[in-house]
Design a protein around this ligand. Structure first.
Ligand code: COA
Ligand code: AMP
Length: 624
């Protein structure tokens, strides 16, 4: 039996014993009395009775262990032409001081803090400062519009919001403060204060409740770590589901620290003192788990990169960062590599850099197409590891666990379930599917540590969205199958979620925006395959009778509404005004039928339409 098989079996045979052992890698103030609390299924809690502090585990413990002078965080920002390194001691001190700022504004254990920041060190410091105080952060991705931010403010009810004067997208300065002000104006809940990072590229208009980051830091008294329950929330991260109301995924402290620490060693084979780079954004789960928490919990150096893989300054940006900072492990989304390949098809820019310390390329966030997989592998000469997970799980569900054993790769598959996850494929009746037969990908409960215990103040929503379809199982929302060798293949979402350039979005939410226009009778939004971004949204709209607007102008207005309400990341690739959409007798729009027809496939119907051209073949159906 190989190392993977052995560890996987142990994790299934005795989950409590397995995770009790893993928990020894974390510093506890009080060791957990119960490893797995299964007293109220389908809700499970890990490490009940245990107390700890996540910030202590990410920073203070490493300083105490002699890593104070090691680089903890390297901020590399080609868009501003700056770079800055924080040692573990410096990052701890800045974090303790910002915890003092928050405490001075009345933030205490359990209070929420919304963080709406670009990729600057203050974002990491603010997250860790919340963890230090036992406060609950909720980071909102900078590419979301004011309305999205307002919806999250009204759900999380933050005491304080941390933001900045601007973000920088390529050569463009995106002012954040007007977006923040508009969000607060729209939200019912008003935060007590906003702490604003003044960046030199834009000046923010400051209001009575706004506080300047630097001034507040200068006046603050550093705060120590607070001991919290393992089961207390560390953060809320909102993610897209079927409707316009995003789901507040809750992450706890204990399970999260244990699972992420385990993953660094066993999945990523990256250890204290080594350099780990997740080229993502702190607004997504990849940024939470693998820019901030996991590398720091493991005592690594993490990189915070403010820029794109191409254009800042060229398609060699990733190779420059890898060479300059000695990156061992890079984690990004396939779309980033597709963007590089488009600009530099032969990868000639790699020859300008010393990539000798680079050992692994991990890709996730969307499907890795075999073409990109092969291109990256041949170019870089390192293992290219596709792994599959979601905001809800917080860490990899299926991967080639490099720290355990390198399993043979099969292009198109994220390899096998990671120890801790009992992944199964079920058909519509709840029966296990045969190898090679597609169905819903589910995970048998309990989910391992680190996965969401529930949704923020919404146990019923958690049950309804994830646990009710197949009792005893967590519904991932992805369809797929196992092959005869136990390799998992993920075919795509079976719900209304799409992934645009690694950004998770809801087509249902886009439909809600379109439907709110007075001229729109009904509409449907689908993901269609895209060579660069993986998927892009495309919309169909039926107008109310008697509307005589210029279709082109109206289509432009509708597309702009989506940008204004959801954000530029949700920009529609195309919008068609059609005569009708297919419906049931009761008047329900047959979205799944449309997707199925376009893909020429049976259930489970993927959310993406494989070949956008087939939609044109649907035109007869889209007419009365
Ligand atoms: N703040 C403000 N605006 C943002 C933003 C942010 N943090 N992130 C994206 N946007 C805007 C962009 O400026 C763009 O606006 P525009 O339509 O006005 O030009 C729009 O949202 C779409 O952005 P994006 O989807 O990123 O497309 P792009 O064409 O700018 O770049 C890639 C395409 C592939 C280069 C880019 O998506 C990329 O680097 N992806 C890497 C993978 C990644 O980070 N994935 C995250 C999860 S792992
Ligand atoms: P997010 O919650 O933003 O991380 O998005 C999670 C979704 O992205 C999953 O449910 C999948 O649909 C998709 N996804 C993530 N990783 C992969 C992968 N390696 N292969 C295929 N799809 C993936």
């Amino acid at each position: 039996m190989g190392a993977y098989e052995d560890v996987f079996r142990r994790s299934q045979a005795d989950p409590a014993g397995f995770w009790a052992q893993a928990a020894q890698a974390v510093d506890w103030d009080t060791p957990p009395a119960t490893i797995l609390d299964d007293s109220s299924p389908p809700f499970y809690r890990w490490f009940s009775g245990g107390t700890l502090n996540t910030c202590h585990n990410a920073l203070d413990r490493h300083v105490a262990a002699g890593r104070g002078e090691q680089a903890a965080l390297i901020y590399d920002s080609p868009v501003t032409g700056t770079a800055r390194t924080f040692t573990y001691a410096q990052l701890r001190d800045e974090t303790a001081r910002f915890a003092g700022v928050l405490a001075g504004l009345g933030v205490g254990q359990g209070d929420r803090v919304v963080i709406y920041l670009p990729m600057i060190p203050e974002a990491v410091i603010a997250m860790l400062a919340c963890a230090r105080l036992g406060a609950v952060h909720s980071v909102v991705f900078g590419g979301f519009a004011a309305h999205e931010l307002a919806v999250r403010i009204d759900d999380a009810l933050p005491a304080v919001i941390v933001s900045a004067s601007c973000g920088i997208e390529g050569k463009r300065v995106i002012e954040y403060k007007p977006i923040l002000d508009a969000a607060i104006a729209e939200a019912t809940h008003k935060p007590g204060h906003c702490v604003i990072v003044a960046r030199p590229q834009a000046q923010a208009a400051m209001h009575a409740h706004d506080i300047d980051w630097q001034a507040a830091m200068a006046a603050a008294t550093p705060r120590p770590c607070v001991s919290v329950a393992a089961t207390d929330p560390l953060y809320i991260l909102y993610t897209s589901g079927t409707t316009g109301k995003p789901k507040g995924v809750v992450r706890d402290n204990g399970g999260h620290a244990v699972a992420l620490t385990w993953s660094m060693k066993n999945v990523y084979d990256t250890h204290a003192g080594e350099v780990f780079w997740a080229a993502s954004d702190i607004g997504w789960v990849v940024g939470h788990s693998y820019i901030v928490y996991a590398p720091l919990l493991a005592g690594c150096t993490t990189i915070l990169y403010e820029g794109k893989p191409v254009g800042t300054p060229d398609a060699g940006a990733f190779w420059r960062v890898i060479a300059e900072h000695g990156v061992k492990t890079l984690f990004t989304a396939p779309t980033g590599f597709r963007a590089i390949r488009k600009e530099d098809p032969r990868g000639e820019l790699t020859t300008k850099y010393d990539l000798s310390r680079f050992q692994y390329l991990f890709l996730a966030g969307e499907r890795l197409d075999p073409d990109t997989y092969r291109w990256a592998g041949e170019l870089l000469g390192v293992p290219v590891i596709d792994h599959w997970w979601q905001t809800e799980t917080g860490w990899a569900v299926a991967a080639d666990p490099m720290g355990l054993e390198q399993l043979p790769t099969k292009p198109g598959s994220p390899t096998k379930p990671v120890p801790g996850y009992d992944v199964q494929i079920l058909d519509d009746q709840g029966n296990a599917a045969e190898p090679g037969t597609a169905g819903q990908i589910v995970i048998r409960l309990p989910l391992p540590p680190g996965c969401l215990p529930t949704l923020w103040r919404n146990d019923e929503g958690f049950r309804a969205a994830y646990l009710s379809r197949y009792p005893g199982y967590y519904l991932t929302g992805d369809g797929g199958f196992f092959d005869a060798d136990g390799y998992l293949y993920v075919m795509g979402r079976t719900d209304d979620v799409i992934n645009v350039a690694g950004h998770r979005l809801s087509t249902g939410e886009m439909e809600e925006v379109l439907a709110s226009h007075p001229a729109v009778a009904e509409c449907a939004v689908f993901g269609v395959n895209d060579a660069l971004k993986g998927e892009v949204p495309r919309g169909f709209v039926v107008l109310k009778a008697g509307i005589e607007a210029d279709p082109e102008v109206l289509a432009g207005d509708l597309a702009q509404m989506i940008r204004d309400k959801i954000g530029p990341i949700a920009t529609l690739s195309r919008l068609d005004i059609v005569a009708a959409l297919p419906k049931t007798r009761s008047g329900k729009i047959l979205r799944k039928t449309m997707r199925g027809l376009a893909n020429g496939r049976d259930e489970p119907v993927p959310s993406t339409i494989d070949d956008p051209a087939t939609l044109d073949g649907l035109r007869p159906i889209l007419r009365p």
